[in-house]
Ligand binder design. Structure first.
Ligand SMILES: [Zn+2]
Length: 71
């Protein structure tokens, strides 16, 4: 059926290699993915290699602003 050796692990973040918790990669519907409710960091998206953009999801750690500055 699917040859998993031919493709990168869709469940791992291409930036840090940790589990990206993507619902799509786990076989669930995209509507239930954490990334649907948030705005991903532009710096994280631009750090993705062209080959990975739109292919693998990044993890919450990399995609979210950890240091939220409040004014
Ligand atoms: Zn990550």
């Amino acid at each position: 059926m699917t040859d998993e050796t031919q493709q990168p692990d869709q469940r791992l973040c291409p930036l840090c290699g940790r589990n990206n918790h993507c619902a799509l990669a786990n076989g669930e519907t995209g509507a239930s993915c954490w990334c649907m409710d948030v705005t991903l960091k532009a710096t994280a998206l631009s750090a993705l290699p062209d080959g990975e953009r739109g292919v693998r999801c990044i993890c919450p750690n990399c995609g979210l602003d950890k240091e939220v500055t409040q004014s």
